[in-house]
Each structure stands twice: as structure tokens, then as C-alpha cells.
Ligand binder design. Structure first.
Ligand SMILES: O=C(O)CCC(=O)C(=O)O
Ligand SMILES: [Fe+2]
Length: 315
């Protein structure tokens, strides 16, 4: 695999003001750029200022406060779904993560807060909920733009109704001299779409189509990385491929805090829209249940697979 390029080559697309209005010309031009970026890189940087600087600061402060809780408390955040609860890998000692299931709903956030702070923590709940809702809006905009560009709006409607969001709060500590600097091994997300956001410390690297690792840096508080997942690849019949990405933490750096808002789907069968199948693009994926796909990924067969989504539902 190639070396890491420092240059941030990802397209930066504007999602402020007029762009967010579906009847504006900026919406139309942006939707073309969205699809071009997703087809080329599987991701792009969105400049999105609906998350204010205050909210950006508040959510990362809330995250710091959360990780300061004792481990006995953090492990109480369990889930039936793989990797949705508390993660502290022995294989990757630098990483610690907590997931809030149904993070765009009052119930989901309350449930999480009640487990971690039995005496309540309204400030945390309100911050996590506002953040998740605003970032989920960005995901909706991107999904609509993709659907419109491919002319498959109707097919997209049922998917939009079946989305649930997981907000994963992540903390990486810096490695000691004798430790590996792996924060997260190379992987593609099992989501439809993921929206990543970070505090000041870099570490995220994304693989380009020619096999180079590209360090994502110079991000501002209004920068969000919008990244396709496996389910999006299947739905678009392979047009949009999720990028491999990893996290590398420099020794001597500060702790790194990041957030992933994951769009997963439940109670729906994902099926390639008819319009996306033709002689040039023969059907590549059978209809599948994206929730069962998550369960497949943690089976022995899923773990061994080089491309899990193809093993699960590839034609
Ligand atoms: O920490 C990051 O920036 C990336 C996190 C990530 O890739 C994930 O949670 O799947
Ligand atoms: Fe990821």
C-alpha cells in the first residue's frame, strides 16, 4: 500500500444557505458534485454551518465528560446490535467508543443518558440530540441529492423512512513509545452513509482509488466528512463504493475525539432500483435486509470475507 499523502485532496462541497433549498440552482449544481465526489472517492467534505461553533464545542466537551466516567459505568451501555454499545478493544488499546442508539430521538438519547447518569444529565441529552438531528439533516440532503441525480427518488423514500441513527462518540489516546499507533484498522463502514466529525487532532486517513492513504487535515469546526457505506454501494448497484479508512494516532499527540453519525436501516429490504440496472450495469446485489447484514458481518464467515457485502448479497 502507498504512503500517506498529507495533501487533502477530497472535494469540499458547500452545504450552507441557498444550497439547502431544493428549488435553488445551488442545490442542482451541488447534487451533481455530490455524486461525482461519491463515485470518485466514496466520500467528500461538507462545509455545513447548521452545527454552530457553540454546538461543536459543547458536543466535544460533553464527549470528554462522558469518557471520564468510570469503566464500570461505561460498560453498562450495551446493545443487541454489534458494535453499537461500548467498545474498548484489547487489540487496539488506544480506542474507546460509546454508541447512542436512535440518537435523533428523545427516547434514544434519554435511554443512553439514564444508563450513564442515573441522576440525569439534561445538558448531555440536549447537546447529543441537537447535534444528531442537525447532522442527520445533512445526511437526508445528501441522500436526496443522490436519489435525484440517479432519478430514483421514489425508491429512496422507503429507505429514508427506515433509517435509524447511531451516534458513536470516540476517544483515542496517544500511543506510548513502545506501542502501535493504530487507532482504527482499515475498514469500510457497514452503514448506508456515515458522517464523521473531529475535534482539532488529526488521524483519519482515507484510501484513494489508486491505493494511497490520504490524511484528512485542515478541518474546520464546520467540516463534516460524508462517507458512503456498504449498503449504499449495494443500493446504487456498485456505482458508489465505500472508501477504506483508518485512524493513525501520532505518539506525543493529544487525545483525539471524534464523532461518527451512522445511518443504519431496520425493517426494510434494500433492493437495487430498476433504473440502475441495464446492459452496462447488470444487477450486482440481491435484495437484502441491512440489519441482518450487520449480524452477518460478525459471524465467522463474515469475519473471513474480503468483501462482506458481496459475500452476503452479491449476485
Ligand atoms: O475517528 C474517526 O475519525 C473515524 C471513525 C470511524 O471510521 C468509525 O467509527 O467507523
Ligand atoms: Fe469507519
Amino acid at each position: 500500500m502507498g504512503s500517506v499523502t498529507r495533501q487533502n485532496q477530497l472535494p469540499v462541497l458547500d452545504f450552507t444557505g441557498e444550497t439547502l433549498n431544493p428549488s435553488s440552482t445551488r442545490w442542482l449544481s451541488t447534487r451533481e458534485e455530490v455524486v461525482r465526489a461519491l463515485e470518485e472517492y466514496g466520500c467528500f467534505i461538507a462545509n455545513y454551518d447548521k452545527v454552530s461553533l457553540e454546538l461543536h464545542q459543547a458536543i466535544f466537551l460533553a464527549s470528554q465528560e462522558l469518557f471520564e466516567l468510570p469503566t464500570e459505568t461505561k460498560v453498562l451501555n450495551t446493545s443487541d446490535s454489534p458494535s453499537h454499545g461500548y467498545i474498548a478493544h484489547r487489540r487496539i488499546p488506544l480506542l474507546e467508543a460509546l454508541g447512542i442508539e436512535n440518537a435523533t430521538t428523545v427516547d434514544g438519547v434519554q435511554r443512553f443518558t439514564n444508563v450513564l447518569w442515573p441522576n440525569g444529565n439534561n445538558h448531555f441529552s440536549e447537546t447529543a440530540l441537537s447535534y444528531s438531528k442537525l447532522v442527520a439533516e445533512l445526511n437526508h440532503v445528501v441522500m436526496r441529492m443522490v436519489a435525484e441525480t440517479y432519478g430514483v427518488e421514489k425508491d429512496c423514500e422507503s429507505l429514508l423512512g427506515s433509517i435509524y441513527y447511531l451516534l458513536r462518540l470516540i476517544k483515542y489516546r496517544a500511543p506510548r513509545e513502545d506501542e502501535s499507533n493504530v487507532g482504527l484498522f482499515p475498514h469500510a463502514d457497514q452503514t448506508f452513509m456515515s458522517i464523521l466529525h473531529q475535534a482539532q487532532v488529526n488521524g483519519l486517513e482515507i484510501m484513494t482509488k489508486n491505493g494511497d492513504w490520504m490524511l484528512i487535515d485542515s478541518l474546520s469546526p464546520s467540516s463534516f466528512i460524508v462517507m458512503a457505506g456498504d449498503v449504499c454501494m449495494a443500493w446504487t448497484n456498485g456505482r458508489i463504493e465505500p472508501p477504506l479508512h483508518r485512524v493513525t494516532i501520532m505518539s506525543g499527540s493529544e487525545q483525539r475525539y471524534s464523532l461518527s453519525l451512522f445511518a443504519f436501516m431496520r425493517d426494510v429490504m434494500v433492493q437495487v432500483p430498476e433504473k440502475l440496472v441495464d446492459d452496462e450495469h447488470p444487477l450486482q446485489y440481491k435484495p437484502f435486509d441491512p440489519f441482518k447484514y450487520l449480524l452477518f458481518c460478525v459471524t465467522e464467515e463474515g469475519q473471513k470475507s474480503k468483501c462482506q457485502i458481496k459475500s452476503y448479497c452479491g449476485v
